[in-house]
Design a protein around this ligand. Sequence first.
Ligand code: PRT
Ligand code: ZN
Length: 294
Amino acid sequence: MKARDRLRIAVQKSGRLSEPAFKLLERCGLSFERGSDRLFCFGDGEPVDLLLVRDDDIPALLAQGVCDLGIVGRNKLAEYACAVDAPPRELRALGFGGCRLSIAVPREMQYRNVRQLAGLRIATSHPGLLACWLRDREISAEVVTLGGSVEIAPRLGTADAICDLVQSGATLAANRLREVETVLESTAVLASSPFATDGARGELLALLMARVDSATHAHVARLLMLRSARDSLDSILSLLPSASRTSVLDVAGQPGQVMLQAWCAGELGWRKLEEIKRAGARELFVLPVEKALA
Ligand code: PRT
Ligand code: ZN
């Protein structure tokens, strides 16, 4: 197999998204040998390799087609998209690395509405997103681009407000800042190169996407199995979480009886089970779903 028949995924080398990204890839059945330079990891089983890089470099690696897939914060992806014509595509939100890009002002400022940002200097490491957000609201403010330590800019006198990532809010509080506007809700995402991935890599990509969907959703899903009289089936089905996928099976030698198997993404607590039992179900089992292919 030629080297570029293999799929290449860009992952943050070290940082907030590294460990959850590796765990996700492991749940997708991928394992890697770490290369001696520790930047390139050769895939052991499947023809899928990893490139370990700074998160800031991932969008460009995708846009240039150097990597097919990347695990990166939506904030980095969206920031990059502000500057290019053919940005990478967000394929899936992955459910970790959640944070928001927010505007924060000094605590003592009497903030009432977005108009008050006009004329201020706002420090950020996401200048494209901030400029776009301000433009949409027709607010003229000065965007001050900083590489890091954005939160201390107001104290240093280099900015009047900031636009930075917030998770718990502890950093803002420690710097006597107050969150006033949300520019972007972010999460780690699986992104792809804007180029079509076809041939062997395309097939591999489709298989991997199904595994990613299973790995990101299977742990919240449950398989419910039960037996009931055929007559009770409608009332039992009406009690299942919406969007459950159900199959009804005949019970050999018992024409009035059926087995129901339901793949449920919602809550299946004791009360719900008791309700389903009162509707006529017997022999109820709730099983965790480890892997699923729809
Ligand atoms: O070395 P490399 O360039 O790869 O890493 P990095 O230092 O640029 O990135 P890293 O690992 O800090 O963050 C990677 C991604 O994690 C970000 O792009 C976001 O998508 C996501 N993420 C989630 C966060 C946070 N939560 C977060 N809290 N990124 C940064 N922060 C910082 C924020 O900048 C602020 O300084 O944490 C502070 C705020 O946190 P709270 O909890 O005090 O509000
Ligand atoms: Zn970075």
